[in-house]
Design a binder for this molecule. Structure first.
Ligand SMILES: Cc1cc2nc3c(=O)[nH]c(=O)nc-3n(C[C@H](O)[C@H](O)[C@H](O)COP(=O)(O)O)c2cc1C
Length: 180
């Protein structure tokens, strides 16, 4: 569906799989956030947890589609220590001023989804049009695809009602964003 951009970060592939399923179901554009930090092994996991807890943000790359060109951006992240993954926090920090309507998707083991969604709302500075949390248990059950299908329907409705693209034509914010 034109007008919807999915932006995701994924360390071990689960959020990527959910974001891809959503992309196929909606015909939306998609962008992956990448960071170069080592996150494997005990040290990598500890670093990731520490970043989440302290709010430290890593350097990231996210080539391709720009949120300014969309009516609705879906931010998809794994839960790290009951918070959004730090590369997603870095993306929000960089694009906050120009994000149009937002929706949130998180994948998680079993705890911390509600706190993560609340933190995403705090970071973005506005309420999402809709949210979806997918636990490991949901992923293993047949409910997973249905839940993504229902999420996609809510997104389509929200995108239809949303203002035209361009984050309200906030050109100043666009150029401030480009200077970073
Ligand atoms: C650093 C780190 C911290 C995590 N913290 C949590 C947590 O607080 N609660 C939880 O349910 N799962 C936690 N997990 C599990 C991930 O949220 C879960 O496996 C997620 O689906 C992984 O997504 P990904 O494959 O896209 O990286 C954590 C994983 C990592 C690597």
């Amino acid at each position: 569906m034109p007008g919807v951009l999915i932006v995701y970060y994924s360390l071990s592939g689960k959020t990527r799989a959910a974001a891809e399923t959503l992309r196929i179901s909606m015909g939306a554009d998609i962008v992956e956030i990448r960071d170069g930090r080592r996150r494997r092994g005990l040290r990598g996991v500890l670093r990731s947890v520490l970043e989440s807890l302290t709010g430290a943000v890593p350097e990231i790359e996210s080539d391709g589609h720009h949120p300014l060109a969309y009516k609705l951006v879906v931010l998809a992240t794994p839960v790290w220590a009951a918070r959004p993954a730090s590369p997603m926090c870095a993306y929000i920090e960089r694009h906050r001023a120009i994000l149009p309507e937002v929706a949130f998707l998180c994948t998680y083991g079993g705890v911390g989804a509600a706190a993560t969604l609340a933190r995403l709302e705090e970071l973005v500075g506005k309420a999402p049009v809709t949210t979806l949390s997918l636990s490991d248990k949901d992923r293993k059950s047949g409910e997973y695809r249905d839940a993504i299908g229902r999420f996609a329907r809510r997104l389509r409705g929200a995108a239809k009602d949303a203002a035209p693209t361009g984050a309200g034509g906030n050109i100043q914010a666009f150029f401030a964003d480009r200077r970073r």
